[in-house]
Design a protein around this ligand. Structure first.
Ligand SMILES: O=C(O)CCC(=O)C(=O)O
Length: 291
């Protein structure tokens, strides 16, 4: 894998909606807006103690990365008070715990005032805001966002390494059929087993607290929390009708079909999908070799 690409970086202080629409939105290029969160009260106020004050008593669903999963994330692995979870991820120690797609503004509506929907993400999906938390060295499996929308991932606390791959490499990243995740563990990529990866080019960079990453629809990503941290993701409808349709099919018929097949066939179904994922890449490699 060649991970030497770099996204565009722009300073949050000079960044405006007009600039975004004119120069970046149509380009469908990943963009990092530096010092973005600092423009909102959240940039000043939010830290683990503040979040504990606001939400500490709530019981939250936690995912444990140690548990291997062949399906979409639906049911949490364990439940605990939010303040206990934050105590764990706040420590400068490795943990496998993370929280995923937590609707923080539904749980605590007053927090929305600290971080209103940014201008560039206003629209149909503007109110759909999810938060993500992870402890040191937790990783987020290699996937694209299932709903096919554009995402502004605002890194509020902690540093995060992001590997981003354009959807133009869809046929080389061992996409598991009927899902939006890949077979590959990008922490330990195995080029012998997955030779398609040799043809893939991507971006590899670090988000600092306060940075926002604009991820155009269907970009593959693999995140690593370099320290305990949190991010808030805002979404907007993709300008590509194909991605909107993919997102719709993913979140309706595909996920339902996959769930049913998992129930019926369990590991056998995963083996069928794994085989298909590998076959697709083999076909793509032969096509590339002929050109
Ligand atoms: O960094 C995380 O914990 C997950 C964020 C993510 O993958 C997303 O917003 O799509």
């Amino acid at each position: 894998m060649d991970l030497t690409l770099q996204p565009l970086f722009v300073d949050g202080k000079v960044f405006t909606k007009d600039l975004f629409n004119q120069q970046y939105k149509t380009a469908k290029q990943p963009l990092v807006i530096k010092n973005y969160v600092q423009q909102f009260p959240a940039g000043e106020r939010w830290n683990f103690d503040y979040l504990k004050q606001k939400l500490g008593n709530k019981t939250v669903g936690v995912f444990d990365n140690k548990i291997k999963r062949n399906t979409a994330f639906t049911e949490a692995d364990l439940y605990m008070p939010f303040s206990d979870f934050l105590d764990i991820i706040q420590k400068d120690e490795e943990t496998s715990y993370r929280m995923f797609g937590f609707d923080i503004f539904k749980e605590c509506p007053e927090l929305r005032h600290d971080f209103p929907t940014p201008d560039i993400m206003k629209g149909l999906l503007g109110k759909l805001v999810l938060s993500f938390f992870g402890g040191k060295n937790t990783t987020v499996r290699f996937h694209y966002d299932i709903d096919g929308s554009n995402v502004l991932m605002t890194q509020v606390l902690g540093r995060k390494r992001v590997i981003l791959i354009s959807p133009e490499y869809d046929k080389l990243v061992y996409k598991v059929p009927y899902t939006s995740f890949s077979l590959i563990d990008l922490e330990h990529p195995d080029y012998q087993k997955y030779p398609g990866l040799k043809y893939v080019k991507g971006y590899d960079f670090i988000l600092e607290p306060g940075d926002a990453l604009f991820m155009p629809s269907r970009y593959w990503h693999f995140n690593t929390y370099l320290e305990g941290g949190m991010a808030i993701s805002y979404r907007s409808l993709s300008s590509s009708p194909e991605d909107v349709l993919t997102g719709f099919l993913n979140t309706t018929v595909r996920i339902a079909f996959d769930k049913t097949m998992n129930k019926m066939l369990s590991n056998k179904w995963y083996a069928i999908k794994t085989n298909r994922a590998k076959k697709q890449v083999e076909a793509e490699i032969s096509r590339l070799k002929q050109h």
